[in-house]
Design a binder for this molecule. Structure first.
Ligand SMILES: *Cc1c(COP(=O)(O)O)cnc(C)c1O
Length: 414
């Protein structure tokens, strides 16, 4: 008998299930398996080759060996909530109450899932940019919401949101939530202050709640800075801000995240979180607190995050040059781990159907793995059509791996 449940119908309608009704392996799993099987360099899935700061690992190890292995407090240990509040205050001037305006979660992923389950009623519209982080579509379906999207278009100034489409989505009668992501995966766009102001104006005009995924908040390049939308006038009271340890500190396997905002909204999220995972990663929590505080200390690794961003910018430049040299055109990312390349020329020359076909052929053609941008769009959408020949590459791998990939990619140019 086929498994059933409210999510399955919604997920099937959203195109998230295979024809047999079983969840398809994600393109990331498929491509990572291909990389393993062929020995290709994996520039598909975005996780770093190098772990984060040694001193942070040591705090986790000491906590584990020292006996911090039972249920921590539901909202997160006080020390971590204090470090999160201090971080938001230091970087953005946001003033948070440690007691009821911060919730520690199992990665940003659980923060987003619990937030949508808490705030979305069946049929409510959730607006995201498109392309979008692939989990958003599944989580919106899980919550019974309707996914409304606003295209990002490639321009000489990076990928930029279609502001007319934004106005229309915000005015949609079902619209209830804007699920923002900046710096943006997969495009590397960092929303500019004027774009954020537009989102804020529309949210206020239409009474929308803004949920903002800021996991790449510190990974921006060329002097571009990330502005949390919660800092705009009138926005703190209607915004839930989400981040995590994974990207900022190169510990993507730790899965410790947090959500902050007004007590009434954080409380609604906590009500769901307590029945999802109940609590999160006891021995990691003091380590994450240490990571967030690191920059305020005179420890040798105090400059870790700034150095990581600078190093990522260099690796971006290497990869962008290699992609251009391989006959693709790129839109230079302002942040994140990722760059998108338009592979139309390569695809046409090889007589392939689209970027998905190119990605399946790339391990054999050039010994590099990447993922098609179609993994981040909705089947049949305007973005899916416009970006069908686009490929996402990560530059979060070691400089040696990027240089190796740079030697191989020109094989695509023929
Ligand atoms: C990696 C990523 C996440 C997941 O973060 P975790 O803390 O590992 O759960 C969420 N959103 C975006 C945009 C990401 O790239």
């Amino acid at each position: 008998m086929a498994p059933a449940g409210p999510w399955r119908a919604a997920a099937a309608a959203a195109g998230l299930l295979g024809e047999d009704g079983i969840a398809r392996p994600t393109i990331f799993a498929e491509m990572s398996a291909l990389a393993l099987a062929t020995g290709a360099i994996n520039l598909g899935q975005g996780f770093p080759d190098d772990d984060g700061p040694e001193s942070v690992k040591r705090v986790a190890a000491d906590a584990l060996l020292g006996g911090l292995n039972q249920y921590p407090p539901g909202p997160g240990i006080p020390e971590l909530r204090r470090a999160i509040a201090a971080h938001q205050s230091r970087h953005y001037g946001l003033d948070l109450d440690v007691e009821d305006e911060i919730l520690v979660t199992t990665g940003a992923t659980e923060a987003i899932a619990a937030t949508l389950l808490a705030l979305v009623s069946p049929g409510d519209g959730v607006i995201t940019l498109e392309p979008f982080y692939d989990a958003y579509a599944a989580m919106i379906a899980l919550a019974g919401g309707e996914h409304l999207t606003v295209p990002l278009h490639p321009t000489v100034q990076g990928f930029r949101p279609d502001l007319q489409a934004l106005v229309e989505a915000a005015a949609h009668p079902a619209a209830r939530i804007v699920l923002l992501n900046s710096p943006h995966n997969p495009t590397g766009a960092v929303l500019a202050p004027a774009e954020l102001q537009r989102v804020a104006d529309l949210a206020i005009e239409h009474g929308l709640i803004v949920v903002t995924d800021e996991v790449y908040e510190h990974l921006t390049f060329d002097g571009v800075t990330h502005v949390p939308i919660a800092t705009l006038p009138g926005m703190a009271e209607r915004t839930l801000t989400i981040s995590s340890v994974g990207k900022t500190f190169s510990f993507t396997g730790w899965k410790v995240g947090w959500v902050s905002g007004p007590a009434r909204l954080v409380d609604a999220v906590r009500a769901v979180k307590q029945f999802l995972t109940y609590v999160s990663g006891a021995p990691f929590q003091p380590a994450v607190a240490h990571a967030l505080d690191l920059e305020t200390t005179d420890e040798p690794e105090a400059g870790y995050v700034a150095q990581l961003a600078a190093s990522l910018a260099r690796r971006r430049d290497l990869l962008v040059d290699a992609l251009e040299g391989a006959g693709m055109s790129t839109v230079r990312p302002e942040g994140t781990y990722f760059v998108i390349a338009d592979a139309t020329g390569v695809i046409e020359r090889l007589g392939l159907a689209d970027a998905a076909a190119l990605c399946r052929a790339m391990p054999e053609l050039c010994g590099v793995v990447a993922v098609p941008v179609s993994a981040f769009t909705r089947a049949g959408s305007a973005s899916a059509t416009a970006l069908r020949n686009h490929v996402r590459f990560t530059f979060t791998k070691s400089e040696a791996s990027i240089r190796q990939a740079a030697l191989r990619l020109p094989r695509l140019a023929g």
